[in-house]
Design a protein around this ligand. Structure first.
Ligand SMILES: [Zn+2]
Length: 210
């Protein structure tokens, strides 16, 4: 049995007003919101590494964008919230695919060639993800407790696209209503958790070094 079939329990970060804070084991890539992980002598539950500096996830770049999105949401600007959350989710998806490819041994050159060749988010979800993991994205999300996430993400992308491209087929969507901004924020919070679960299942599965 592969170690990935016996996943270590993921500890989620405590809720805050901003992006959650996770710590990453630099040895195996495991992500944990457990504050004990800050203590370098607390061994990684997957690979046992300790005494090594742990990186913070999400990155500072994502945290800055997250903070700006929350400002727009406070101001009630649902349109910009939806557009920016969709951009952030695409960045998060790119990041997880990159990490999974790296865990498979792909170097930076290979990873950037694959991501450049497939810029469509639909193809990334529908082809690259299952090719790398052996599971459909929808099934993996459902298995990890986020069954509705792929469908809600897709319908919000469609709304965003109809708004930006003023699609003549669907009729222009004059504005994304305020409720969609709130929905987008829920999706964002779920995305961080799903990312951590996907990472701990497909990257930090204890079978390889990252
Ligand atoms: Zn580790």
């Amino acid at each position: 049995m592969k170690p990935s079939q016996q996943p270590h329990k993921t500890v989620f970060a405590e809720s805050t007003d901003g992006a959650p804070t996770y710590w990453e084991c630099p040895n195996c890539g495991f992500l944990s919101g457990d504050p004990r992980f800050l203590d370098l002598e607390h061994a990684c539950p997957v690979c046992g590494a300790k005494g090594v500096e742990r990186r913070r996830f999400p990155s500072d770049r994502i945290r800055r964008l997250d903070a700006r999105i929350r400002e727009y949401q406070t101001q009630g600007d649902g349109e910009i919230v939806v557009i920016l959350v969709m951009a952030l989710l695409e960045t998060i998806l790119e990041d997880i695919l990159d990490r999974i490819m790296e865990a498979h041994g792909a170097d930076l050159k290979v990873r950037s060639v694959v991501m450049d060749a497939e810029r469509s988010i639909g193809v990334r979800i529908g082809k690259i993800f299952p090719s790398l993991t052996g599971e459909e994205f929808e099934d993996a999300a459902a298995e990890l407790g986020y069954r509705d996430f792929p469908r809600r993400w897709r319908s919000m992308r469609e709304a965003r696209n109809a708004f930006i491209h003023d699609s003549p087929f669907n009729g222009p969507r004059e504005r994304l209503d305020a409720g969609m901004g709130a929905d987008a924020m829920v999706l964002l919070d779920q995305a961080y958790r799903l990312f951590v679960l996907l990472n701990n299942k497909f990257v930090a599965d204890g079978s390889r070094r990252v």
